[in-house]
Design a protein around this ligand. Structure first.
Ligand SMILES: *Cc1c(COP(=O)(O)O)cnc(C)c1O
Length: 393
């Protein structure tokens, strides 16, 4: 393929070269198991603890409150199943939202089969939960509120501070899936009253298959992986040393220029949004107009199938994603787009474009041009669109 414009950074990001360099020594020169006693293991042990300190510092936590995991899905599973197990004598009710990642939703559905009750909060047209509904949903037997920091499809950032305050007021634990947010927007777990948080390195230019969970000191969940004494005996298994080192480095870089990088990517994203909305008829922007991740644009194009759009963009070297779950063999449109109130036929024509810090104005201009041509082409083949246009006149 000649041209490659990667606008699927919500799915995964490219590893930063500096991050790769930081990982290299821990594959070859020092491959030691950080838990071994000899001096050779000291360096990898120090590197792991250094990464823990860095990450803790970035969210206002203590190093011992950071647990290294295999990624975001593991963190979500741990927080939710861990609470269910540890707190079932207190109650069996969990509150989450309808727009969570499947790592949260499917875990909750699994727990429902085990006798737990789950409230799935609705969201407004922008994908924001309603705080009064959250507060009303809390019951004496509520053990956990799990609401994502930022949505992976439409980019909407949830009112985490207010959610944290409500959770605290009612003495309910608050977990947030911060996989899309960490490294992209500032997070302070004390300021926001977050008790548990899940993050994943490959969403902020780090390696795949490694993440971290924050668990406040006072949160006493059991082990998620039984085994060795790693991660304070709560997550057994030999530490992924190169992965953890790379994640620490990626986190450090992300934090060092977060504001500047966010502003820059948002300006390019806004140019893309402006062009699409101005130049393509019957296009709509999904998600919150302001409270959204700086790199996220999500559109619906009426009379278009999201899948056809992706295939035709692919032919132009553009990697994008559709909200619809067609890849998993299902024809159902995205649960997130349905939750914000879009009818099925409109939700089907969705397109998610998520930029990286490397994306340029030229890239998005090429994408806007291509998209315009592709949408026009697909609509020219749609009898529904023809009728619609006739009726408009
Ligand atoms: C990617 C993602 C996950 C899953 O993270 P993995 O590290 O790929 O397991 C969970 N939640 C959200 C919001 C995500 O974007």
């Amino acid at each position: 393929m000649e041209k490659l414009i990667y606008l699927d950074n919500a799915a995964t990001t490219a590893l930063r070269p500096e991050v790769f360099e930081s990982m290299k020594p821990y594959f070859m020169e020092n491959y030691s198991n950080p838990n071994s006693v000899y001096t050779f293991a000291q360096q990898s042990r120090n590197a792991v603890e250094e990464a823990r300190k860095t990450i803790a510092g970035l969210i206002g936590a203590q190093p011992k409150e950071i647990y290294f995991t295999g990624g975001g899905s593991e963190g979500d599973n741990w927080a939710i199943k861990g609470c269910a197990q540890a707190l079932s004598s207190k109650g069996k009710h969990i509150i989450t939202s309808k727009i969570e990642h499947h790592a949260v939703l499917h875990t909750c559905e699994y727990l429902e089969k085990q006798g737990f009750e789950v409230t799935y909060l609705d969201v407004d047209e922008y994908g924001v939960i309603r705080l009064d509904e959250l507060e009303q949903a809390i019951r004496p037997d509520t053990i956990l509120i799990s609401i994502m920091f930022a949505n992976n499809e439409i980019g909407t950032i949830e009112p985490v501070r207010e959610i944290g305050a409500i959770a605290k007021k009612h003495g309910v634990l608050f977990h947030t899936d911060a996989v899309q947010a960490f490294g992209h927007v500032p997070i302070d777990v004390d300021e926001l009253n977050i008790d548990m948080l899940s993050a994943s390195a490959h969403k902020f230019y780090g390696p795949k298959g490694v993440g971290f969970s924050y668990m406040r000191n006072s949160v006493k969940l059991g082990a998620f992986i039984h085994g060795g004494a790693q991660e304070r005996a709560r997550r057994g298994g030999t530490s992924n040393v190169p992965g953890i080192v790379g994640m620490g480095r990626a986190a450090q870089i992300a934090a060092s220029d977060m504001e500047e990088a966010g502003r820059k990517v948002a300006a390019i994203r806004d140019h893309l949004i402006e062009r699409v909305l101005n130049e393509i008829p019957y296009a709509r922007l999904n998600g919150h107009p302001a409270d959204r991740l700086p790199n996220n644009a999500n559109f619906c194009f009426r009379f278009i199938e999201g899948e056809s759009l992706l295939i035709m963009l692919d032919q132009k070297g553009i990697c994008a994603s559709s909200g619809s779950a067609c890849t998993s063999g299902s024809l159902d449109p995205s649960h997130v787009l349905l939750a914000i109130g879009l009818p099925h036929e409109i939700a089907h024509g969705s397109l998610r474009l998520t930029l990286s810090e490397e994306t340029t104005m030229e890239d998005v201009d090429y994408v806007a041009d291509s998209l315009k041509a592709v949408v026009e082409r697909l609509r020219s083949m749609s009898p529904l669109y023809e009728d619609f246009v006739k009726n408009q006149k």
